[in-house]
Design a protein around this ligand. Structure first.
Ligand SMILES: *Cc1c(COP(=O)(O)O)cnc(C)c1O
Length: 349
């Protein structure tokens, strides 16, 4: 921060933001990330940079920002059901919704678990449409040796305070397409290319020097934090395995996860419903999250869309009704965690 005051450059793609972009690229092993004010604006910009104004097929099982970004970009969301294994957009459901109006697919890697990458990429190629990923949960996730942020025509991650890695508010846009990145750069800064030339209507999505400085200071801690999360996740798995009616989705073997969240699925054979379990935990001052619930397609601005009909989204409806994310953060005390586990083992006490 001292260097920021000394340079008198507080924002506008200053030296700290550029240094942060370089270190981010090195940490993640991806070329040329573009930092932005937040992931939501990054998604709007990605869709705008692709010139998408028609239909965008997306998942209703996400945070509302995914669909809001489609509207803000001037396009129309179409909801596709999710895959019961990945909990992400189902390639076959997307295939059924593709029409001449389809201009992009916007998938989300929920909980850092990758979408069905190979199938979605083949589908996008076959139909000649771009594939954008809401990668808000995917910081630090690798598929084999490659960052999950490096997949798709464009991917956008979040550095919001609640994420695995944060700059208070912030995010980054990733793409391998230099022409697309050039349009992204302009859109981040009101559409300007150079001093006087405005390419397109843009927005202000610049990351300030202060936020970039926070990012630079946080970067050395993220590997340790992910490790601490992983240890806690293993303790949850050990403690909760074999409980009738509770199950958890695990990432495929070739994926190195970031352990961002620990969702459990509450089945019919568990003594309590998901909502009753959530209330029971809250009575003991344990605040789990029904995440993602409700589905975006059931929210007021979207529920009247033809693709929002609950019967057409049976897997997403089922998962949203049964999922619960348990407390998980690097400093979670093992005694507290054991208490959470014992309450889940015996929810009658
Ligand atoms: C957090 C989140 C966002 C929004 O990120 P911001 O940086 O807060 O704009 C978008 N999508 C998903 C899935 C998220 O979890």
């Amino acid at each position: 921060m001292e260097s920021m005051w000394e340079s008198r450059i507080l924002t506008n793609n200053g030296p700290i933001a550029r240094k942060f972009e370089t270190e981010l690229g090195e940490y993640l092993g991806v070329p040329s990330p573009r930092v932005v004010a937040n992931c939501t604006l990054g998604l709007v910009i990605a869709l705008r940079a692709l010139g998408v104004t028609g239909e965008v097929i997306t998942s209703p099982f996400s945070f509302v920002a995914t669909t809001n970004a489609i509207i803000m970009a001037g396009a129309q969301p179409v909801f596709a059901d999710i895959d019961p294994v990945t909990l992400n957009i189902s390639p076959s459901a997307v295939e059924r919704l593709i029409s001449p109006k389809t201009e992009a697919v916007l998938g989300i890697h929920s909980f850092g678990n990758p979408c069905n990458l190979a199938e979605l990429h083949a589908l996008a190629e076959r139909h000649g449409i771009p594939l954008v990923y809401d990668a808000a949960h995917a910081f630090g996730v690798r598929v084999g040796a490659r960052s999950l942020l490096d997949y798709g025509t464009c991917a956008v991650t979040s550095f919001h305070a609640t994420k695995v890695f944060n700059t208070l508010e912030g995010g980054a846009v990733f793409s391998r397409d230099p022409a697309l990145l050039k349009r992204v750069d302009a859109l981040i800064n009101h559409g300007f290319e150079g001093e006087t030339n405005v390419l397109n209507w843009g927005i202000n999505a610049k990351m300030s020097e202060l936020h970039a400085a926070v990012g630079l200071e946080q970067l050395p801690y993220v590997t340790g934090n992910i490790k601490a999360r992983g240890k806690l996740v293993n303790q949850y798995i050990d403690g909760l395995s074999g409980i009738e009616g509770l199950s958890f989705a695990r990432p495929p073997a070739d994926v190195t996860t970031n352990h961002y969240l620990f969702p459990v699925m509450v089945d019919q054979s568990y003594p309590l419903s998901r909502d009753a379990l959530n209330d029971f935990l809250a009575q003991h001052n344990i605040f789990a999250r029904r995440y993602f619930y409700p589905l975006i397609s059931d929210m007021q601005p979207y529920r009247d869309l033809p693709s929002a009909v609950p019967q057409t989204l049976p897997v997403a409806q089922d998962i949203a009704a049964r999922i619960l994310c348990l407390p998980l953060f690097p400093e979670l005390d093992p005694t507290d965690q054991n208490w959470v586990i014992s309450l889940l083992r015996d929810p009658s006490c």
